[in-house]
Design a protein around this ligand. Structure first.
Ligand code: AMP
Length: 279
């Protein structure tokens, strides 16, 4: 496995693989890898001739006062995990290499970028779209793998790829959970034992909404009230949003139905966590 920090060198390496039969798969990450990330790597390994992963804590997608500085970093351990998974190359650029001092360009997926997490994290999805397009241009993958865990991110990237005709297939992989239901996240590392217990309220809230839906409830206001009540009843949990939206437009649905995205975000201790479920 090659570990490459230089963008030009990463591009040269990827160009060779991209031309090969079977194509290149790209797995963009911010590192501090867990089984959710590795499921994306395995999906690519099962399909692509070569797999490249990127590990880059992208400063553009963090707002002032967010957790950029304390975001967990575990490069050596991450590389060992990726090597064991048979990854061909890992791209680990420095921020200055991705964003020179006079960097001036951004990708804005208007509208979508202001919904769900975009509403409480202004500029977040602009940072995500910008870095992901840059990674696509560097690696020129046939396929890129993303987790359903970040459902709004998936909507933003799909729209960007369609709007700009980026020649890459987006593959979305299911949410990987801990045995008790907590969605795996690098930010779970922020949770102490009590916060870890409180964090289960996110999945419970989604489960309550899904149960109500399966029992026949279609009114989003009632479903969301039930989900929000679960979060509000949990000590140490402060809900950010509870939403029932169309997964492509991220706009609220008039009635819940098959394919409706139920999404929650909440502050739990020092962490802001998200989770979702497709009806
Ligand atoms: P991150 O390192 O948090 O930026 O995540 C990198 C990729 O891994 C994104 O496409 C995420 O959606 C995906 N991912 C993160 N957590 C999970 C999970 N629990 N299950 C599946 N995919 C995940």
């Amino acid at each position: 496995m090659q570990v490459v920090a230089d963008p030009a060198e990463f591009h040269r390496l990827c160009r060779g693989w991209a031309a090969a039969a079977g194509g290149l798969g790209l797995v963009p990450t911010m590192g501090a890898l867990h089984a959710g990330h590795l499921s994306l790597v395995r999906a690519s390994r099962g399909r692509d001739a070569a797999t490249a992963a990127s590990i880059f804590v992208n400063p553009l997608q963090f707002g002032p006062g967010e957790d950029f500085a304390r975001y967990p970093r575990a490069l050596e351990r991450d590389c060992a995990l990726l090597e064991r998974e048979g990854v061909t190359a890992v791209f680990t650029p420095a921020a200055e290499a991705m964003y020179p001092a006079d960097f001036a360009t951004a990708v804005e997926v208007a509208g979508l970028s202001e919904r769900l997490c975009g509403a409480s994290r202004p500029g977040h999805f602009r940072g995500v779209a910008t870095v992901v397009l840059k990674l696509f241009l560097l690696a020129q993958p046939a396929r890129a793998y993303f987790g359903q865990k970040d459902a709004a991110q998936v909507a933003v990237i799909r729209r960007m790829v369609r709007d700009l005709a980026a020649p890459v297939e987006i593959v979305v992989c299911p949410i990987v959970r801990e045995p008790d239901g907590l969605a795996m996240s690098s930010r779970n590392a922020y949770l102490d034992a009590a916060a870890r217990r409180h964090a289960l309220a996110l999945y419970r809230s989604l489960s309550v909404m899904r149960d109500r839906y399966q029992a026949g409830e279609r009114d989003p206001a009632r479903l969301l009230a039930a989900g929000r009540a679960v979060l509000e009843a949990e000590p140490g949990v402060r809900p950010d949003y509870v939403a029932a939206v169309d997964p492509d437009s991220l706009l609220p649905v008039a009635a819940a139905g098959p394919g409706t995205l139920l999404a929650v975000a909440a502050f739990v201790g020092p962490a802001r966590l998200i989770d979702n479920l497709l009806l």
